[in-house]
Write a protein that binds this ligand. Sequence first.
Ligand code: KIV
Ligand code: ZN
Length: 508
Amino acid sequence: MSEKIFVFDTTLRDGEQSPGASMNIHEKFRLAQQLAKLNVDVIEAGFPAASPGDFECVKNIAENVRGPQIAALARCSTKDIDTAWEALKGGENPRIHIFLATSDIHMEHKLRMSREQVLELAVASVRHAARYTGNVEFSAEDASRSDLDFVCRVFEAVIEAGATTLNFPDTTGYSLPEELGAQIRYLRENIPNIDKAVISVHCHNDLGLAVANSLAALNNGARQVECTVNGLGERAGNTAMEELVMILRTRADKIGLHTDIVTENIYPTSRMVSTITGMPVQPNKAIVGANAFRHESGIHQDGVLNERSTYEIMNPSDVGISTGNIILGKHSGRHALRDKVKEMGYTDLSEDEINRVFERFKAVADLKREMFDDDLEAIIMDEVLRVPEAFELLHLGAMSGSRSMPTAAVRMLVHGEQKETVALGVGSIDASFRAIAELAGTSSKLLYFAVSSITGGTDAQGEVMVRIEDQGKVVVGQGADPDIIIAAAKAYLTGLNRLEYLKKEYKR
Ligand code: KIV
Ligand code: ZN
């Protein structure tokens, strides 16, 4: 009989610790809703004591997202735990997640505490949290490099104090699969009250072993896995949820463990995470990479056409990847579009969002011969993840040529007021950005600019991703359009709108 593995998603907390991957309250809420649709068991929504912004995000998610348990991280301090509870208490099923390092390296050089002091503080903190809720997780930071008998002592004591989940992190991504598997087995065999708690595993990917290590831990008795969408996370990232979930599903014959993840929502969630964070997914990434289900060699293509299982071990539709069907045309109505959007896994768009997607869809379908699922998805991402707009593009005209000076004329709404200007640049995109920057009055710096094509052909929609910085705050912007100069301008404006939004968030 297959046993259930609890999926603890930490994209909003550890995932956000990826350099440059910060998300605003609006984006985090959207992503939390999407994670609920994916049916994860626990969403770690943030670290409320870290900043007022983080506090607001956790509170908003706890109060409004239904389905998964909502967890918040806290150090072993009364203030952190109280703040975490304050953010969580309006939720249906909150979890306080406390962490404290147990390795000699961390205790000596970071905490400057003895083993006895760490044990005492861990117990006191769990006891404090347990006064608020019966759902308390304790993480022994750097557990995989800790003295295992000491971890057993700490775990036994915190279970006694009220912890119901014990997390064993490979914080530095140092473990090998057989080692981590043996450590989890050791916990099971040497902690007398271990049956009162769930063992969890939390792996980092510094040696590219996060998924393999997590699997080894599950094979040895861990029943919760902590992971992130696209493997996002501190340094080289965390266990990639989509990979682990699909391993358990595809090799159920051998492993005998399952999750409750709605796998058809994996791809839309992956796209959403990469759009929001501006962290592209590498094309050859397992499960969600652009090439994950593409067959290049003629022999392979022929094999798949005759019988899919010759070269495919998973069905792309099982992870929500459409097979590149031409979809709807410019004469399709709103109703057909709504059905298609739902079929693609976006089931909770508001009426206003559907209307905006429909308008954009019509405009693009007028220009393009064929519309693919990916085209529609790019439009959905653009429209749905929009933050309230300080700057709105009304018109952009750009001119370039081998003998003329590239010029852009831009008309924009700036906080509701119509403004226009003309600028020169080294190319049309440069000229447009200069005009937009002048109208927006921004001194932000462009850190990154990338263009890709959503589908094939010269009439394909171009997708532009930018990363911009202002006074230490880094945001991403993305835009899609059949005209690459317009796509670039949209991406830049999305970024500038996010910066404005962040400024307001920080003022609150
Ligand atoms: O990597 C780690 O140890 C963590 C803990 C806070 C669980 O992220
Ligand atoms: Zn971590």
